[in-house]
Design a binder for this molecule. Sequence first.
Ligand code: HEM
Length: 259
Amino acid sequence: MPTSKSFFFSSLGKKFIMGLTGLILVLFVIGHLVGNLQIFADPEVINQYAHLLHSMGPLLWLVRAFLLLTVVLHIWMAVLLVIENRRARPQGYEGEHTHRASYASRTMKFSGIIVLAFIIFHLAHFTLRVTHPEYENLRYTLQEGAYAGTEVLDVHAMMVMGFQKPLISLFYIFAVGLLAFHLRHGFGSMFQTLGLRNKHWGGVIEKTTITFAVAYFLFNAAIPLSVMAGVVDNENIKSIDDSAEVMTLPEDDSPEQTD
Ligand code: HEM
């Protein structure tokens, strides 16, 4: 009888862990997208939501640690499977099947690495704010509910300010495009592992995963695109810009040096 240890170290066990961790991450990205779409409402809405998350304290750190562990396991299993496949690949034979499989695994590797690079940048950008420390100056006083009167980080203004930079917006759109592609192929392999990618279910699964991936991409891309198009704006940023102009006035008024 196979022990649980031998199952987790078998090919099937690794694929199972990849699928399970992938599923957890998919649930996270869907939840995150729903949260981010609140940018289309009044700034109060997303700022209330962000403050609620920030005020979760130790629970937030527990969720973060769990997510990190999930990402690490997902990548670790992917690396082990790549090594395993490389060892098992038949030498000197390149049939249609192996050609298609290596195309899929190559694109999964590429999209996975870029998405990982994106996550690192994204955390530095919006969560740690080390790339743009000026976001710290964006403050908002909550108007409603139990936290009315509390001054918080203006997450709405931070997102608008972030996406007003076309290069950053383009990188986000590119990364979520690759993530959508990664999810579509990931779902495909997961159903194959589960043995559901057969004649009966194959077509339905294919259409559902493509529809999901396209919708996921479009909803995500709508955020930076709407900011760049000026559909989503933020008054707080304008007042910060105006006060910056006022502060530079005395320098402009200083007497000119004459010889
Ligand atoms: C257009 C797309 C996205 C937008 C607008 C966005 C926006 C944000 C914002 C504003 C925060 C900081 C929240 C805060 O500190 O209050 C954040 C955090 C985060 N985002 Fe995103 N995000 C996007 C896509 C993604 C994707 C695709 C992933 C993962 C693949 C992701 C993973 C995360 C993680 C892990 C955090 C840290 C959460 C924490 O504080 O623990 N984001 N995002």
